[in-house]
Design a protein around this ligand. Structure first.
Ligand code: MN
Length: 257
């Protein structure tokens, strides 16, 4: 099997190497990722400046590729004739930080998987639901359970095949494997953030704004990705690129437009 892997945390991210190590037990892995962290890049692509990539030595000593582009750009480059034979599967991750609920619409990791599907290849995104603001010193987070699950899922996906416009969004709870409960197939839930925009004043007295905010613990909807991870389960959500709300579409047909 051949795999293309990417992420939005950058080519030096630990999660990318953990994923690579497990997938290499199944076949050949090519890694191409942004040359710097691009979390929350969404599905941005680079249209108005040169897109570049160059070989780099990865943390494991092997050869990978770093690009000045976004995660989605990396998928386009990775699937081009400039990077060799087409893979059987594209995997984005392992992202540091959950991609649950509305995070999906901001996530460069999830968007990279979507880009692969748009280009006709099966793909999934995988994230470790650990605190991304914790100091990212090597070894702080254990990517092992997520990497091993990714390798297992990769085999299932290649064998079972996904519908042509569907990606899988995987979130792994940040607990030891012994405490992880069986994986759950989930739907996209809601994640509630508190105080998303903060106003501060810079040393020259001018206001600036800081986007972010803490996740507020809200009652989790049963069967959702949020609930599964809170329950120490690996959450696997099938996500399709068709954003149409079919239920409401029917009601809207009754509107006078
Ligand atoms: Mn990220």
């Amino acid at each position: 099997m051949r795999f293309l892997i990417t992420n939005d945390d950058g080519i030096l991210a630990e999660g990318l190497i953990a994923l690579k190590a497990e997938l290499e037990k199944l076949g050949e892995v090519t890694a191409i990722a942004p040359d710097r962290p691009r979390s929350a890049a969404g599905h941005a692509i680079t249209l108005h400046k040169p897109l570049r990539f160059s070989p780099v030595r990865l943390r494991d000593g092997s050869l990978g590729y770093a690009s000045n582009g976004t995660p989605s750009d990396c998928v386009v480059l990775g699937l081009s004739e400039y990077l060799g034979a087409k893979p059987d599967l594209v995997v984005a991750g392992i992202n540091l930080g959950a991609n649950l609920g509305e995070d999906l619409t901001y996530s460069g990791t999830v968007s990279a998987a979507m880009e692969a599907v748009i280009l006709g290849l099966p793909a999934f995104a995988i994230s470790l639901a650990a605190d991304p603001t914790a100091m990212a010193i090597a070894g702080t987070h254990d990517y092992g359970p997520a990497a091993r699950f990714a390798a297992r899922l990769a085999q299932v996906v290649v064998k079972s095949r996904l519908p042509s416009d569907v990606i899988l969004n995987v979130n792994v709870p940040p607990v030891p494997e012994s405490e992880t409960r069986p994986a759950a197939v989930t739907h996209q839930g809601r994640r509630y953030y508190e105080s998303r925009l903060e106003r501060r004043v810079d040393p020259r007295g001018r206001p600036y704004y800081w986007l972010g905010g803490q996740v507020r613990q809200a009652p989790e909807e049963e069967g959702s990705d949020v609930a599964a991870v809170a329950d120490n389960r690996i959450s696997v959500t099938p996500v399709h690129l068709d954003l149409t709300c079919y239920a409401f579409l029917e009601e809207m047909k009754g509107w006078e437009l």
